[in-house]
Design a protein. Structure first.
Lengths: 220, 120
């Protein structure tokens, strides 16, 4: 009997492809976001509002990840931006190799900002680096103010928190202060935006932040 | 349900050290799981067993080392275990902390039988 010492990260293969993606994005000067949330929090709606506001200022492309259908890519395509749909056929998250295949359909030289909308799921996507500059987690007020405590890894691994559906606060038992405080207990360095996609509230500060960060193209 | 993909990645890593044809020799695969790794141990064990069934690796068991979530506080210079993901120092309440452990997701080691003398 002998012991073979390994000490390797289980997801090293994914991490290696993510590193290659990241290098490719850096070569082409593309700022890349990985948007994550539970299903129905409003990732696609935020994307639509963002495209409305920024499509004349930046060249934006979108990768949509869903378990089934290309409905989201069709929604986004109405804004005349390149959109690639990844259908995972049951898979609960995107992996770096799926993104690598998807970007082969995009003209990388002409893109400033690539937004990857992950599969709606607050657990699995947190483990899989796609090569993004940062993760943006969306939490909607209807999910309750304790969400960050229940799904800490996702809030820990994100750089930005967008709180959506703030127009519904008067009607539901969600305390915005508690929600933010819970998120900051998990990750004190989160940048927080509060928006309502249906009432078009708070979209401009988020888009200004995004515009500035895309133009700076911070090292990822 | 990403445990299936994680189990497959573990088995792929085993394959880099012991080729599939020799995997009957593998007795134990030890993995290290942090409390914030986002992996359900029972689910991972189930997926691992399902994948190795009827393969040369079927004799192997998976052992899990569970690592608690701990933070080191820069304000009071103490390290404590906390609820997974809560980075506040439980002793002084400071947010100026660093995660010391609890995010691990690693293959640690393999326990293998020696090759049978004379076997191909």
């Amino acid at each position: 009997m002998s012991i073979i010492t390994i000490e390797r990260k289980v997801l090293e293969k994914n991490d290696e492809v993510a590193r290659q993606n990241r290098a490719l994005f850096a070569d082409h000067g593309i700022f890349v976001l990985n948007m994550v949330s539970s299903p129905g929090a409003g990732k696609t709606s935020i994307l639509e509002r963002t495209l409305e506001e920024l499509r004349d200022k930046l060249s934006i492309a979108v990768i949509e990840g869903d378990v089934q259908t290309d409905l989201d890519a069709l929604r986004v395509a109405k804004y005349n931006v390149p959109a690639v749909q990844i259908v995972t056929s049951g898979g609960c998250h995107l992996e770096a190799n799926l993104v690598r295949e998807a970007i082969s359909n995009l003209a990388l030289d002409s893109i400033d900002l690539l937004i990857i909308e992950n599969v709606g799921n607050l657990v699995c996507p947190s483990n899989y680096d796609l090569g993004e500059a940062m993760k943006v987690v969306v939490a909607s007020t209807t999910e309750g103010d304790d969400k960050p405590l229940k799904y800490p890894a996702m809030f820990r691994n994100s750089s930005v928190l967008i709180i959506n559906k703030i127009d519904l606060i008067p009607y539901i038992p969600c305390d915005l202060g508690v929600l933010k405080d819970n998120a900051l207990r998990i990750n004190p360095s989160l940048t927080v935006f509060e928006v309502s996609c249906t009432k078009k509230l708070g979209i401009t500060p988020w888009c200004e932040w995004l515009l500035e960060n895309t133009r700076q193209k911070p090292a990822s | 349900m990403h445990e299936l993909s994680i189990a497959q990645n573990i088995i792929d890593i085993v394959g880099r050290y012991v080729p599939p044809a020799e995997q009957e020799r593998v007795r134990k695969v030890t993995v290290r799981l942090g409390a914030l790794a986002g992996v359900v141990p029972d689910s991972l064990a189930f997926c691992f067993t399902a994948i190795i069934h009827h393969t040369p690796l079927a004799n192997a068991v998976m052992e899990m080392e569970h690592v608690p979530f701990t933070v080191a506080c820069r304000s009071c210079n103490r390290t404590s275990a906390t609820e997974p993901g809560i980075v506040l120092c439980p002793l002084c309440g400071s947010r100026d902390t660093e995660i010391m452990s609890g995010t691990e997701l690693q293959v640690v080691s393999l326990e293998v039988d020696e090759p049978t003398p004379g076997a191909l």
